[in-house]
Design a protein. Structure first.
Length: 729
C-alpha cells in the first residue's frame, strides 16, 4: 500500500495577508506572482495556492498592493515608509528613533525582522486599532550598526553559541565548530556576524579573536575596546614605518621655519602625562605688550598624507583614555618622543603667536611653522603653587621631584602674568554667554596590577584654566583666520548647537525640586541662568546630578566643514588645533592652515566633510569606551567594600528601580524595585519617584539614602545595591 504524501499547509496559512504584505514590502521594487509567493512560503498544495490567490485579490481590492502586469503584484509605495535607528531591548522588541515623528515608534518582537540594536532601518508605520497608538514593522535593514560583537562562548560537540555582552542583543550568535578559532568553553571572544539565513533563528558568525577569561582585568579592558571596534595595538607594518621616520632636527628644515628656540618656553601638563603636545612661550615686548606663543607639536610634518601611518591615524581618529591606559592615535616613537615637547629638547612645532596688551586684547597675530626649545616642564600642581604663593617656590608635596625647589624666576613671572591675562579672557568669555562646565572627574589610584586602591576627584584650578584659555585662544583665532577669508575656504570646525528647548524644560522640572529656577527668555538668559545653577550647586549633595543633567541638555559638539559657531564657548568661530598627537581633526586643521598660508586653493569640501563625520563618530565611540572603563573600575573598587554602608544620592528613577550615586566616590549602582522591602513601590513619573502603595514612603530623585553593596558583576558591568533606608529616618 502506497502512502499518500502530505501536502504542506493543507489546513491553511495563518496571517496570510500580513505575510504576503511583508514579502512584497521587503522587496517592493520587485513583482511577484502567486507561484513565487508559494515557493517563498514553502507550500505546494492546491488549497494553499488558492488561499494565496484569494488573498492577493483581497489586498488588491483594498489597494494595499497593485497588479503591474497580469498576475504580477507589488506593494503600494506610500508615505508610511520611514527610516530611523533601532533601539532594541533584550526581549527582541524595540523602538525606532525617527525624525518624521515626535515620539519613538514601537516595534513588537515579531515585527523586528532580524534588525539589531543601532541598525539604520526602513519601517512601515501604522496605527493600532486597539489603542490608536503608532507602531511599526521593520521592512528592511539599510545599514548594520556593527558586525562584530563581544561575548562569552558556549561550546557543544558540533557547534557553539556566543552569548553577547550587554542587554541589547536579543539573539545568541551561532558558530559552527570549525569557526571557533581555538576558543574554549567560557572564553570571552570577539565574534563576527557573517549572515542570517531567512529561516534561521539565530545569526551565524565566526570567532575572530579570543580575548581571555571573563572577569580578568586585561580581558575586560580589551573587551571594552573590541566592543566599540577600537584597536589596542598597532599593525607591525605601521610600527615599522613610524620607527623608520627621520625625526632629527635638521638645519635644512630649521631654515624653513621661524626660529623661536631662544624665547622662554615651557609646558604645563598633568603630573603623569607621557606626551606634551602644547607649550607656551612668553616675552615682554619693548612697547610693554606681551608676545605669547602657543606652540603645538608639528605632527603633520611627520605624518604625511598617503602613507600607511596617516591611514592608521585617520582610522583611529583619536587616542582613547581608559582608566588604566592610553590607547594612542600615533605610535610611541611619535606620541611620546618625536612629537612630544619634552623639556630641554628642540622640536618642530606649529605655532599661533599673539601680541596681547594688559587688557588681554589681541593686537597682532602670526601663524606658522616654528622650531622651539622647552626650557621647563611643570605639573599643574607646580604652576598652581606659583599662582597661589605669587612666588617661585615649589613645595615638595606638589613637585615632580618630590623635593622643594625654586623655579626659574623668569618662568614664575611668566606664569603669573599669563594667569592674570587668562582670567581677563575667561571673564570676557563668560560675559559673552559661555557656559562654565567644571564637572568633577572621578579618577582612581591604581596599584601595579591595576587594582583600584582609592578614588580621587579631579577639579580644575587656575593653572588648568590658564592653559585652557590660551588653547581656546589659539583654536578660536586659527578658525577665525581661515573662516573669514574671501572667497570662503574649506576648514574643519568644532561646532556646538544651541540646547534643545524640551531638554531645558526637563532640566527645569528636576532642579525645581531643589529650589532652583532657570530663565529661558533668550540665548544669553539661558547661558547666564545655567552658569548660575552650576555655581549654586557646587559642594552640595545634588552637584554631580545637576552637573550631569545640565550637560545632557546640551547639543553634542561635532566636527564639520559647515560653521555654526560654538554655543557652549560663546565663539562664532572655533576649531581644534592644539592636540594633533591625540586628535586627527587637529592634524587636518594644521594641513589646511599651512595650505592657505602658502596661498593654496580651497580643499575639497565633500572629502573633508566625510572625514569630519568619521572623526565625530570615532570620538563618540572612544567616549563610550572611556565611560565603560570607569564603570568597570567602579565595580572592581566596590567589590572590596561589600560590608560597608554608604551615603548616596538618588540619581535616576525608573519603574524597575532607583539609581544611587555614592557621595564619597561617585560610584553609581541600582536598587531594584523588587528588592525594596516593606511595601509595594510604584513609579510616579511626574514626581521622579518610587512611592509605597500602603506607606506612601517616597524615594525621589535627589533624595539622600543609605545603601549597601548587593552584587558586583564585572562581566555584565552591573553594580546592585540593597537599600538600607534614609539617613536619620
Amino acid at each position: 500500500m502506497t502512502r499518500k504524501r502530505k501536502n504542506k499547509a493543507s489546513k491553511g496559512i495563518s496571517n496570510l495577508s500580513k505575510t504576503i504584505l511583508n514579502i512584497l514590502r521587503k522587496e517592493r521594487n520587485k513583482t511577484f506572482n502567486y507561484k513565487q509567493i508559494a515557493a517563498i512560503l514553502d507550500v505546494n498544495d492546491a488549497s494553499s495556492r488558492n488561499q494565496i490567490i484569494k488573498t492577493l485579490q483581497k489586498l488588491l481590492a483594498n489597494k494595499e498592493i497593485e497588479e503591474v502586469e497580469r498576475g504580477k503584484f507589488k506593494a503600494v509605495v506610500n508615505t508610511e515608509y520611514h527610516t530611523g535607528i533601532l533601539d532594541s531591548t533584550s526581549k527582541g522588541a524595540g523602538y525606532v528613533v525617527c525624525d518624521d515623528f515626535d515620539d519613538d515608534i514601537y516595534i513588537a518582537s515579531n515585527n523586528i525582522n532580524k534588525a539589531l540594536n543601532g541598525d539604520e532601518v526602513e519601517l512601515y508605520v501604522y496605527k493600532r486599532k486597539k489603542h490608536g497608538k503608532l507602531e511599526g514593522e521593520i521592512t528592511s535593514i539599510i545599514k548594520r550598526a556593527k558586525t562584530e560583537y563581544v561575548g562569552v562562548i558556549q561550546l557543544s560537540k558540533n557547534y557553539a553559541f556566543v552569548v553577547v555582552d550587554g542587554n541589547k542583543m536579543y539573539k545568541d550568535i551561532f558558530v559552527p565548530i570549525n569557526k571557533v578559532n581555538g576558543a574554549e568553553d567560557g572564553d570571552k571572544v570577539l565574534v563576527s556576524l557573517e549572515d542570517w539565513p531567512d529561516k534561521a533563528d539565530s545569526p551565524n558568525g565566526k570567532v575572530l579573536k579570543v580575548l581571555g577569561k571573563p572577569g580578568e582585568h586585561n580581558t575586560e579592558i580589551h573587551a571594552i575596546l573590541a566592543d566599540y571596534g577600537l584597536p589596542y595595538e598597532f599593525p607591525a607594518e605601521v610600527e615599522e614605518f613610524a620607527n623608520n621616520i627621520d625625526t632629527s632636527i635638521t638645519e635644512d628644515e630649521i631654515k624653513k621655519r621661524r626660529d623661536m628656540r631662544k624665547v622662554l618656553t615651557f609646558t604645563i601638563d598633568p603630573k603623569d602625562a607621557k606626551d606634551f603636545d602644547d607649550a607656551l612661550s612668553f616675552e615682554v615686548l619693548e612697547n610693554g605688550n606681551y608676545e605669547i606663543g602657543i606652540h603645538i607639536a608639528d605632527v603633520s610634518h611627520y605624518v604625511q598624507e598617503g602613507t600607511i601611518l596617516d591611514d592608521e591615524a585617520y582610522e583611529r581618529a583619536t587616542s582613547v583614555y581608559l582608566v588604566d591606559r592610553v590607547v594612542p592615535m600615533l605610535p610611541e616613537i611619535l606620541s611620546n618622543n618625536a612629537c612630544s615637547l619634552r623639556p630641554h629638547e628642540e622640536k618642530f612645532t606649529f605655532s599661533a603667536v599673539f601680541e596681547l596688551n594688559n587688557k588681554a586684547q589681541v593686537v597682532n597675530e602670526w601663524f606658522g611653522r616654528t622650531v622651539t626649545y622647552s626650557d621647563a616642564r611643570f605639573a599643574y600642581e607646580e604652576a598652581q603653587a606659583i599662582i597661589d604663593t605669587k612666588s617661585n617656590t615649589i613645595p615638595a608635596e606638589v613637585s615632580l621631584t618630590g623635593e622643594t625647589y625654586l623655579a626659574d624666576q623668569a618662568v614664575a613671572d611668566a606664569v603669573l602674568k599669563m594667569d592674570e591675562l587668562a582670567k581677563i579672557m575667561r571673564s570676557k568669555r563668560m560675559r559673552s554667554g559661555a557656559i562654565s562646565f567644571d564637572k568633577v572627574e572621578v579618577k582612581f589610584n591604581l596599584d601595579e596590577d591595576s587594582n583600584p586602591i582609592g578614588v580621587f576627584f579631579k577639579t580644575s584650578a587656575d593653572a588648568n584654566k590658564l592653559i585652557e584659555e590660551f588653547m581656546l585662544l589659539a583654536n578660536r583665532k586659527v578658525s577665525e583666520f581661515v573662516g573669514k577669508q574671501k572667497p570662503e575656504k574649506t576648514f574643519v570646525y568644532r561646532v556646538h548647537d544651541e540646547p534643545d528647548e524640551s531638554k531645558l524644560q526637563a532640566l527645569q522640572n528636576v532642579v525645581a525640586k531643589f529650589g532652583y529656577k532657570l530663565n529661558f527668555k533668550d540665548s544669553k538668559s539661558i547661558s547666564s541662568s545655567l552658569n548660575g545653577l552650576l555655581s549654586d550647586v557646587v559642594g552640595k549633595k545634588e552637584q554631580n546630578l545637576v552637573d550631569t543633567l545640565a550637560i545632557r541638555t546640551m547639543s553634542k559638539a561635532e566636527y564639520t566643514t559647515h560653521n555654526i559657531g560654538h554655543y557652549g564657548l560663546a565663539f562664532d568661530y572655533y576649531s581644534h588645533f592644539t592636540s594633533p598627537i591625540r586628535r586627527y581633526p587637529d592634524v587636518m586643521a594644521h594641513r589646511l592652515l599651512q595650505q592657505y598660508l602658502d596661498g593654496g586653493k580651497s580643499a575639497n569640501e565633500a572629502i573633508y566633510e566625510e572625514k569630519c563625520k568619521h572623526s565625530s563618530s570615532m570620538e563618540y565611540l572612544a567616549t563610550k569606551a572611556e565611560r565603560d572603563s570607569i564603570k568597570y573600575m567602579q565595580i572592581r573598587f566596590m567589590q572590596d567594600h561589600e560590608d560597608e554602608e554608604f551615603l548616596g544620592v538618588i540619581s535616576g528613577v525608573t519603574d524597575w528601580g532607583i539609581y544611587v550615586e555614592i557621595v564619597d566616590n561617585k560610584c553609581e549602582g541600582m536598587v531594584r524595585t523588587r528588592d525594596i522591602k516593606g511595601d509595594y513601590y510604584e513609579f510616579d513619573e511626574s514626581q521622579y519617584a518610587l512611592i509605597g502603595r500602603e506607606s506612601k514612603t517616597m524615594y525621589q530623585l535627589g533624595d539622600e539614602v543609605i545603601v549597601k553593596v548587593k552584587d558586583t558583576d564585572l562581566v555584565k558591568k552591573h553594580l546592585d545595591f540593597n537599600l538600607i533606608g534614609k539617613p536619620n529616618a
